[in-house]
Design a binder for this molecule. Sequence first.
Ligand SMILES: *Cc1c(COP(=O)(O)O)cnc(C)c1O
Length: 367
Amino acid sequence: MNVPLLDLKPQYPQYKDKVLPELMEVIETQGFILGPKVEKMEKDLAGYIGAKHALGVSSGTDALLLALMGLGIGPGDEVITTPYTFFATAGSIHRVGARPVFVDIEADTYNLDAGKIEKAISKRTKAILPVHLYGQCCDMDAIRAVARRHNLRIIEDACQSIGSKFGDTQAGAMGDVGAFSFFPSKNLGCFGDGGLVTTNDEALYKRMKALRVHGGERQYFHAEVGMNGRLDAIQAVVISAKLPLLAGWTEGRRRNADRYDHFFQDNPKVIRPVRRDGRFHIFNQYIIAVDRRDELKQHLTEKHIGCAIYYPLPLHLQECFGYLKHREGDFPVSEQAAKRTLALPIYPEMPAGGLEFVAQTINAFTR
Ligand SMILES: *Cc1c(COP(=O)(O)O)cnc(C)c1O
């Protein structure tokens, strides 16, 4: 049996008939950049997420960049974030000239530990950038309370968490800006790179909209220097066509998570992902923590089971952030997670018997 970590091919027939005419229309009209298809997608997604405004952008990374630029964050500023995330989170802070200030994570959810944020705040701190990692929201009550006390902005990195909820509110609708990615491996992926920013702030929306096209509200007249962060119409029609299926795919992932939990419940050697009360986890990844993680990965690979390490080296130890002068031991919870965690196949169309095979192989190896 062969169980890949992710296979998008069985998803395609589910929306093929809907997306092909839309793609043909884009090709026939030759309207490739922004335009009515992108505006429709922005409306669809703002409605789904529950934010007033949304802007389609070229990637999740550019969504983060645009959010930081829109909030006027730059040289001399500090932004608090987690060292245990995809590189783009801290990379974007660096790219606008600000300084990433890391705060360690919770051992069980792998999300930013809100209780440790206050100690990291200085007079240069401008924003907190929590990452709703793997599909579960951070403790946004606690994060918002800290932000309010210190007058800080919040940018939610919701790239792995579209449809995820904290209470009744969706990821990306709780801070000043939400950043999303439509990279194909995310729960809602397009046919290449794509992203989205969301906000409830009208002025910020207008500023980001101008920054998306080189900072000019009127073409060729530039109030400030922006970027090329535009989204293609081709990606927009794919996102709109797939959106109605997202809730069903999320349910499939959550069902698979329940089944893994069931198979691992009597195996104390496999630490299962924790779901906090009042949060709706969308399981972009199902992450276990084990001893001898690298040996287990090797073993699964030999059995043709796909798995991956997110993330093997925390960001505070990356060469490019050497100037921050961190060393091993500075963020022990993140470092432990980097050594012990493994992502398992969780996608809803997994081959029949695939999940049982993965779980039994892991149980046999760890016991
Ligand atoms: C995927 C991802 C990004 C970046 O998205 P891209 O579309 O690949 O640029 C940023 N942050 C997190 C947490 C992600 O998972």
